[in-house]
Design a protein around this ligand. Structure first.
Ligand code: PLP
Length: 388
């Protein structure tokens, strides 16, 4: 098919040409005396993206899922109690990992479309007077439902309960695109990945740990090897890695950081908000709703609910086959009920308007009664009226 595939899944995201060019490099010796000049500034600059001065950043040749495992196995011990609310497929999978690793998982169901219930968390933590709960696990941006949880309020709830548990935050689909404040929110382990806001291929788990979490590595009893933080720390202090890193990925990450920091993080967040807001205007103009309930909508992904007698899977497969447009599917409980538009990373108004036009065509072809052009018109008017 002529023209490019239009990639609007919530990760992997489009890789900017500058990053692709930066990754097109000859291999280098990662034990050379100059390699630290590449790695050390990357680890330092990552701190700016996580907004931490006191924490430490890490790069693992893995994915976000491994990032969860790094956080768990390096700071906890088998049988430790953790608390997690299940409000989408991401938090579901994180809870499953905790169970499979033998943690004592206190998991509560939450409606998909809502975020972490901070009042309930506070009440539960207050009850836990013996401080059995060792970590609170929060998914900042639930990619499956397009819901963002206010992590500042999670921290407030933990403080109000005067509870010493660590706070682990999954920022895989928020860091580098939605406001993230590690130090201010008292996050102990922040987990992200390369293929979303960082605009890179998948293959890097990008993490930040507080001093409290790093201290916990000294007593954590999980056996660990490839994902051991201590090995990373011992090597990273001299600008090296415990094993062979992907050289192109590191050059890509260098370029991604340069692009993000040159744009300015606040501008990056504002761009994501504005683009997302246009998508939300489009959804309203179609007469449809988002899975995210009022006030919780994510700025990186929108899960659009199709009418009950229609199947969102048809919209997705048809968009791909007929219009070369990739949309995200509804996962497990949401299969067939929603399609997801990823709007993070390297995109602008025009590219997103193209995607919205493709969504309209696919919905019309799937028998969803929307007015042709209505969503595109609502989004473009919003973009015109808010253009700088
Ligand atoms: N956390 C979130 C919020 C995600 O969206 C994803 C994947 O999309 C993951 C974790 C898992 O990351 P990965 O697929 O890189 O292992």
């Amino acid at each position: 098919m002529a023209g490019r595939n239009h990639l609007y899944v919530p990760g992997p995201t489009n890789v900017p040409i500058e990053i692709m060019s930066a990754m097109n490099v000859a291999m280098e010796d990662h034990r050379s005396p100059t390699f630290p000049n590449l790695l050390t500034p990357i680890l330092q600059d990552l701190k700016k993206v996580f907004k931490t001065e006191t924490g430490q950043c890490f790069y693992f040749p893995a994915t976000g899922t491994a990032g969860w495992e790094v956080a768990i196995t390096n700071t906890l011990s088998p049988g430790d109690k953790v608390i997690i609310y299940r409000y989408g497929q991401v938090s579901h999978l994180w809870a499953q990992m905790c169970k499979r690793l033998g943690l004592d998982v206190e998991m509560y169901e939450q409606t998909w479309g809502l975020g972490l219930p901070v009042d309930k968390l506070e009440a539960r933590l207050k009850e836990d007077t013996n401080h059995q709960i060792k970590a609170v696990l929060a998914t900042h941006n639930e990619t499956a439902t397009g819901v963002t949880t206010n992590i500042g309020l999670v921290r407030k709830a933990m403080d109000a309960a005067q509870h010493p548990a660590m706070l682990f935050v999954d920022g895989v689909s928020s860091v580098a695109s939605i406001d993230f404040r590690m130090d201010e929110w008292g996050v102990d382990a922040a987990i992200s990945g390369s293929q979303k806001g960082f605009m890179l291929p998948a293959g890097a788990a990008i993490l930040a740990f507080s001093q409290k979490a790093l201290k916990a590595t000294e007593t954590a009893k999980y056996p660990r090897c490839f994902l051991d933080l201590t090995d990373q720390m011992n090597n990273n202090k001299d600008g090296s890695t415990p094993y062979t890193p992907s050289i192109p990925m590191l050059y890509g990450l260098r370029k991604a950081l340069d692009l993000l920091l040159a744009e300015g993080l606040e501008n990056v967040y504002a761009r994501h908000f504005r683009l997302a807001e246009g998508v939300r205007k489009a959804v309203a103009a179609w007469g449809l709703t988002t899975c995210a309930q009022e006030g919780l909508a994510s700025n990186t992904v929108t899960a659009v609910v199709v009418p009950a007698d229609k199947d969102a899977r048809h919209v997705i497969s048809h968009a791909y086959k007929k219009y070369n447009l990739s949309l995200g599917g509804g996962l497990t409980e949401l299969a067939g009920k929603v399609f997801r538009i990823g709007h993070l990373g390297d995109l602008n108004e025009i590219s997103l308007l193209g995607a919205l036009a493709g969504v309209e065509m696919a919905m019309l072809d799937s028998g969803i009664a929307i007015t042709p052009g209505s969503g595109v018109a609502a989004a473009l008017e919003y973009y015109r009226s808010t253009a700088q």
